[in-house]
Design a protein around this ligand. Structure first.
Ligand SMILES: Cc1cc2nc3c(=O)[nH]c(=O)nc-3n(C[C@H](O)[C@H](O)[C@H](O)COP(=O)(O)O)c2cc1C
Length: 306
């Protein structure tokens, strides 16, 4: 997730029960292969703790996507993913993200270019069930015919953005199409999954090989724990996570990233415990990691801050 699952957050999650596969934020191929390189390459920073890790790229130009795929392969990622689901207006205007759903000729070229550039790296596509309307049948049939290694399908159309509920019936329909056309392709369902129990149900009810979890991590950083019993975590554990996160954020990004990006994580860690509201309000005023640390130190004498 853009501005969420950066190097630092993935590093934090890799210290918790971690997902079977990590994905980078989406990374623009045109920027990566032009003067935008310096500002963009940080999105592809990863550590060994984060393996297996897939680099997600997006763009319109087959040539840029070819070059970006070569770079991803040289950087020794475990896989490459093309974003064909982003509903952002700017991305669509550029003919990328979910705009690919409406342009099969270009999409075919893009897939071929990425395959050529990535050499033998596993290739996945992340998309939605349609753009203006649900076209699961024709769109996924086309994608399975391209012989990709995995398809990640978000059960909403692009125009829905994140609204309404994900349509898992249609995700299940994509599974049936895959079984007919390309049974060896891995099918990952996506949309609204918040726990291992729900992931399990989707596997059982719709036949997906796996699920991708996005926003579920905001509700529970331990969401990747493979247990059917939901465990409650203590205030101290949340505070420790925030502290670790903010320190690493400063160590890795320094002044190169706006500190306000940290605010969504503050909201994520500091909630649902006694005194959380006041503490969160104070933390939302901070401008750097020292200020966060100072407030946390004052708020909790039980913490060992080494
Ligand atoms: C803040 C935010 C950033 C996102 N960035 C990306 C992205 O970079 N690439 C991508 O494929 N999807 C991105 N998504 C979409 C999610 O990956 C996912 O498809 C969607 O949120 C539905 O799944 P969920 O209910 O598990 O979050 C983003 C979503 C959010 C909320």
């Amino acid at each position: 997730m853009e501005n969420v699952t950066d190097f630092v957050f993935r590093e934090i999650v890799s210290g918790l029960p971690k997902p079977d596969v990590f994905f980078t934020e989406f990374t623009n191929a045109e920027a990566l292969t032009s003067e935008g390189y310096v500002a963009t390459i940080g999105k592809l920073k990863y550590s060994e703790n984060q393996r297996p890790i897939v680099a997600q790229i997006w763009g319109r130009s087959p040539e840029a996507l070819y070059k970006a795929a070569r770079l991803v392969q040289e950087m020794e990622f475990d896989g490459i993913d093309i974003n064909m689901g982003c509903p952002d207006k700017t991305v669509i205007k550029m003919g990328a993200g979910s705009a690919h759903i409406n342009n099969r000729t270009l999409t075919k070229e893009v897939i071929e270019a990425v395959k050529a550039g990535a050499n033998n790296l596993p290739l996945s596509i992340k998309t939605r069930i349609g753009f203006h309307q649900d076209i699961t049948e024709e769109w996924t049939t086309f994608l399975f015919e391209q012989k990709i290694n995995a398809l990640i399908i978000h059960g909403r159309i692009a125009q829905q953005m994140s609204k309404g509920q994900a349509n898992w019936q249609q995700v299940g329909h994509a599974v049936k199409i895959k079984n007919k056309i390309s049974p060896e392709t891995i099918l990952i369902g996506n949309g609204d999954i918040k726990s291992f129990t729900e992931a399990h149900e989707m596997h059982k009810n719709h036949g997906v090989d796996g699920v991708m979890i996005g926003r579920g991590i905001f509700l529970n950083p331990w969401v990747f724990e493979k247990t059917l019993d939901i465990k409650l975590h203590q205030k101290e554990e949340y505070i420790e996570l925030l502290l670790k996160h903010v320190r690493l954020y400063t160590e890795i990004w320094g002044d190169t990233k706006n500190f306000d990006v940290m605010k969504k994580f503050i909201k994520m860690y500091i909630k649902d415990f006694g005194g959380a509201n006041q503490l969160r309000q104070n933390l939302m005023e901070t401008k750097n990691s020292d200020q966060v640390e100072e407030i946390l130190l004052r708020s909790s004498q039980t913490l060992t801050l080494s």
